[in-house]
Design a protein around this ligand. Structure first.
Ligand code: NAD
Length: 514
């Protein structure tokens, strides 16, 4: 395939890199093969990193930080601008690789690269806006202000379903803030990471830098945890399941490091009596079926006013019947495969459990036999308190339930361990405000007449409760990658103490220089 050549993906690729021309080719840790989830074929392989590789990556990243933090932030932004240009040039090839390796359809893969370009543009602007406040000091002839400094080496661990965009959200903002970044990608999508590192290498080399972006590939969780435990890495940004994220959060907290956790979701759409049903159905189908239900923001629960339930079910079934399932690179296809055989097994297990709890499959429910990890998009009549509905199954299963009063719908929305994304479809202003108020949705993202998935990068992205509490991308999320320093400057000749404290020794004579 041409796009593999364009991106420099060979049969076996090196798996650790500290910068231009600094790939490790060590074979001691074995070879990790990347399988196309649509066909089960091996695309290419990657040499996994060893502990020695990891140490080299860490040390290079640390020494690069000492220089990079001294580069003025707007100039750091120029490097990210060049990266945005490189991503634009290779958008087509990179989206082809992402679709092939992760199984998401080409249009969504293109959207993923576009998201990288968007966040790069935001980071370039942000590089001129790392603002601190100036406060009015209570003491005469004193200046009081705060400024933001970089943290150091930032570790970024990413999930398979956004193999490169999540790295970009973190890496570009972290880099303009003056940090260097070490990436541990998902072992399910190592090639996309290697391709992006190659682009970074070229851009870093052309700009005269090295070690700002580094990579190590491993499926060894112990080696991944080495990064998490490493006191030389002040911030770990982790994206993945709640189970792994909880462990990562505990390890980082024990060393009093910082973590930014972006974990599982269990996102609900509420449709009330006044909703524009056409709008609602389109958003629900995209939210539940897009990326084959493998987005953290996928719509997993649908809470419909009881008067509309039958109508919505009929419209959803009609829409689901038209969903073309197939190869991610086929432009006619809207749903690709699940990432792995285990994901297919989890889909089947969840449906069995739902049926045992009393659930009724309204559409789908079958594994599609043959090549690849294909399942049918599925609708299940369910109840919110069932354990299977309370947990995230990373597959296109939508659980449907009804409500009478908006308060009940909001309570159902909030009655889940996770708190990432949520949406209300309504044309009733009071209900919309009720849903967005403090006693409304408890999620990090709450939308009105917009579905749960497909967030823009301009807002801060993340969720509450078991979703981990982290915020990435726009708004003031850049502050997560910096340390705040409060500065007081006395430009007078007196030494007044704060709070008017008098600490008199009686000594008043001015000290003169010898
Ligand atoms: P996962 O938790 O299995 O793996 C995530 C990453 O953690 C991978 O790189 C993996 O190799 C690494 N890892 C595994 N064990 C580790 C350990 N002990 N120490 C350090 N790293 C370790 O998740 P996944 O299956 O790749 O992705 C799907 C999950 O990610 C879903 O739960 C989804 O909701 C979540 N997700 C969340 C967001 C968000 O922004 N909230 C975005 C994308 C995905």
């Amino acid at each position: 395939m041409n796009f593999l050549n364009e991106l420099g993906i060979a049969e076996v690729n090196p798996g650790s890199c500290t910068g231009p021309g600094q790939w490790s080719n060590g074979t001691d840790a074995g070879v990790l093969s990347s399988y196309a989830p649509a066909t089960g074929e091996i695309i290419a392989s990657v040499y996994e990193s060893t502990v020695t590789d990891y140490e080299a990556v860490l040390e290079r990243s640390r020494s690069a930080f000492h220089e990079w933090r001294q580069v003025p932030a707007p100039r750091r932004g120029q490097l990210i601008r060049r990266l945005a240009d490189a991503l634009c040039t290779h958008q087509e090839a990179l989206s082809g690789l992402i679709a092939l390796e992760s199984g998401k359809i080409k249009a969504e893969a293109q959207g993923e690269v576009q998201e990288m370009i968007d966040i790069a543009e935001l980071a370039v602007g942000q590089s001129r806006m790392l603002y601190g406040c100036t406060m009015h000091s209570e003491r005469p002839r004193h200046r009081l202000y705060e400024q933001w400094h970089p943290l150091g080496v930032v570790g970024v661990i990413t999930a398979f379903n956004f193999p490169v965009a999540v790295w970009a959200w973190n890496a570009f903002i972290a880099a303009v803030a003056g940090n260097t970044v070490i990436w541990k990608p998902s072992p399910r999508t190592p090639l996309s990471a290697v391709a992006v590192q190659r682009l970074c290498n070229r851009v870093m080399e052309e700009a005269g830098y090295s070690g700002i972006f580094s990579l190590f590939v491993t499926r060894d969780n112990e080696l991944a945890e080495r990064l998490v435990r490493d006191r030389r890495v002040p911030l770990i940004s982790f994206t993945g399941s709640t189970a792994v994220g909880r462990r990562v959060g505990e390890i980082v907290a024990a060393r009093l490091g910082r973590s930014l956790l972006e974990l599982s979701g269990n996102n609900a759409v509420i449709v009330d009596e006044s909703a524009d049903l056409d709008l609602a159905v389109r958003a629900i189908v995209f939210g539940a079926v897009g990326t084959a239900g493998q987005r953290c923001t996928s719509t997993r629960r649908l809470i419909v006013h009881e008067s509309l339930y039958q109508t919505i079910v009929e419209h959803l079934i009609a829409a689901y019947r038209q969903i073309r399932i197939g190869l991610p690179l086929d432009p006619e296809v809207v749903m690709g495969p699940l990432i792995s055989g285990e994901a297919v097994a989890a889909f089947s297990r969840a449906l069995r459990e739902a049926e045992e709890s009393g659930g009724e499959v309204l559409y789908g429910g079958q594994v599609i036999e043959g090549l690849g990890n294909y399942v049918q998009p599925t609708l299940v009549r369910a109840q919110n308190h069932w354990p299977v509905v309370q947990r995230e199954t990373f597959a296109p299963i939508l659980y449907l339930m009804t409500f009478k009063e908006i308060e009940d719908a909001i309570a159902i929305n909030n009655d889940a361990p996770q708190g990432l994304s949520s949406a209300l479809f309504t044309n009733d202003l009071c209900r919309a405000e009720r849903y967005l108020a403090a006693a409304g949705s408890d999620c990090g993202i709450a939308n009105v007449n917009v579905g749960t998935s497909g967030a823009e990068i301009g807002g801060a992205f993340g969720g509450e409760k078991d979703t981990g509490g982290g915020r990435e991308a726009g708004s003031d999320a850049w502050k997560c990658y910096m340390r705040r320093q409060t500065n007081t400057i006395n430009w007078g000749t007196e030494l007044p103490l704060a709070q008017g404290i008098r600490f008199g020794t009686g000594h008043r004579e001015r000290v003169s220089r010898p």
